[in-house]
Structure formats: structure tokens, C-alpha cells
Design a protein around this ligand. Structure first.
Ligand SMILES: [Zn+2]
Length: 222
């Protein structure tokens, strides 16, 4: 919505300039001054209105590229807009839509706050992520796992936890910092997740252990 206002303001600025060019003199033949103030104000307001949209698209591309690398297939990431956040009452921090046959769509929506946390994380040195940033990176991994076809929450959560380090690396963290992020989620966030997101099988050597060398329980002992 704001983006359209921005476009309209820029179009209005262009309209003023064109109108000036088409009639540079008034009825008496005197040169008409260029409407500098109006054009500058319209351009400035137009750019300011468009900025959040441009930044969101850039962030979505960056997150989609990391997600696609993790999955080995192309996936789209959409960040919730301001308007979407305003009418949103859901508790989930992101979601993937599954078709009636159980096939996931290859795009995910990440909530506004988590996208902001991911943006902060990307701009940071990634050495000391905040708890919110750790959760946001994990939410992106969790939704990526849904896009790979896993619908069950406990299973998706466990598979995601074992790929958080990989995701953090795709987002630009060093292997060490990425490993610490994955360990932090496993130790400090996972135990307090709702029951539907947890499983006894999500532990070293249990059924949901994918045997990865970058699983948090492997990295924690290394
Ligand atoms: Zn989920």
C-alpha cells in the first residue's frame, strides 16, 4: 500500500515536470519557473514511501537464497508486510501452505518481527546473536523443512534444529558462530517449546537423529 503511494508521488512529480516542459511560458510569454519545491518534496516523499518496500524485497531475496542453498532447490521467502502484521492474529512465527495432496508450496511467509530480527542478524557480525535473532534464524530453517515436505511439527522442529548451523552459515556466519547458534537454540529454546513441537526421539542416537556432523549435540561435545 505504502509502496503504491510512493509510486503515485513519483508519478505526480514526473507529471509536474512534464507539464512545465510542455508550457514553459505563461499566456503573456513570460518564462514560468520550474516548480522545484513541489517536485523535490514529491520525489523525497515518494522515495521515503518506497524505501521499506525496496528493503523488504532485498531482504526476501537474501533469505530466499540461503533457504534455497539449504534445500538444494529454489524456494521463495516472503516477509509479512506492515498491513499483514496489523491484521495478523496467528501465534506461528512463519508458515508454509500445503496443498490438499500434502505437497508444500515452495514459498514461506515469515512474520514481520522475525524478518526484522533476520535483517538485524544479517547486518551484524553474527558472533553474538540475540535470543530473538537465534529464534528467527531457526524459524527460517523450520519453514524450509516444511517446504521439503515435512508436515509434522515435532519432526520439522527436530530436523530444523540439526540444520540451524548450516542455515546460519548460508546467512554468512562463520562455522564456529553458526555452531554456537545451533547449540544455543537446542539448549535454551527447544526445551521450552510447546509439546507438539518436541519429541523424545529428537536426541542423539534416537529415531529423529539424522546423523549429521553439524547437529547441535555433536557440536556441543566437539
Ligand atoms: Zn511448523
Amino acid at each position: 500500500m505504502l509502496a503504491w503511494i510512493g509510486v503515485a508521488l513519483l508519478v505526480a512529480a514526473g507529471g509536474l515536470a512534464i507539464r512545465w516542459m510542455s508550457a514553459r511560458t505563461d499566456a503573456l510569454g513570460r518564462p514560468r519557473p520550474f516548480p522545484y519545491i513541489a517536485v523535490v518534496v514529491l520525489v523525497a516523499l515518494g522515495c521515503a514511501s518506497l524505501a521499506p518496500f525496496v528493503l523488504r524485497v532485498r531482504l526476501e531475496r537474501r533469505l530466499a537464497s540461503a533457504t534455497s542453498e539449504l534445500l538444494g532447490t529454489s524456494a521463495e521467502v516472503r516477509c509479512q508486510s506492515f498491513g499483514g502484521a496489523f491484521v495478523d492474529v496467528g501465534a506461528d512465527l512463519g508458515y508454509v501452505v500445503f496443498g490438499p495432496d500434502g505437497t508444500p508450496e515452495q514459498w514461506t511467509l515469515i512474520k514481520r518481527d522475525q524478518c526484522a530480527d533476520l535483517s538485524d542478524y544479517l547486518r551484524s557480525g553474527k558472533q553474538e546473536p540475540t535470543r530473538d535473532q537465534i529464534v528467527a534464524v531457526h524459524v527460517l530453517t523450520h519453514e524450509a523443512i516444511h517446504m521439503s515436505g515435512v508436515q509434522n511439527e515435532a519432526q520439522a522442529e527436530c530436523m530444523a534444529m540439526q540444520r540451524d548451523a548450516a542455515m546460519a552459515e548460508h546467512l554468512g556466519a562463520s562455522p564456529e558462530a553458526a555452531g554456537e547458534l545451533a547449540i544455543a537454540y537446542w539448549r535454551e529454546v527447544y526445551p521450552w517449546m510447546p509439546a507438539a513441537y518436541r519429541s523424545e526421539e529428537c536426541a542423539p542416537g534416537e529415531a529423529l537423529d539424522a546423523g549429521r556432523s553439524d547437529a547441535p549435540w555433536v557440536l556441543a561435545t566437539g
